[in-house]
Design a protein around this ligand. Structure first.
Ligand SMILES: [Zn+2]
Length: 87
């Protein structure tokens, strides 16, 4: 297993940049056309194009990604920084 700092990856799909905990492909993360389950609960089809990466970030996925990242980090300093934004 390669080291992965967070158990999710960003994937542009359906007009927004979502995050997904689905296992990504070895090349290109989630190629266009990949069915992906996002952290916000949507089932979407990845659109891995240059324009798609400019779409706005899904707020629900962003919040969930921060929560997952905070839970993954063990240092007290980092936990404080994540805690103070009042999630
Ligand atoms: Zn989302």
């Amino acid at each position: 297993m390669p080291y992965s700092p967070h158990p999710f990856h960003w994937v542009p799909a359906g007009g927004a940049r979502h995050a997904s905990a689905d296992e990504k492909h070895a090349v290109g993360n989630y190629p266009t056309g990949t069915a992906v389950t996002t952290l916000c609960g949507d089932g979407v089809i990845a659109e891995n194009t240059a324009v798609a990466w400019l779409w706005p970030t899904c707020a629900t996925c962003n919040a969930e990604a921060h929560r997952l990242a905070g839970a993954q980090m063990s240092s007290a300093r980092t936990r404080r920084e994540f805690g103070k934004d009042g999630r």
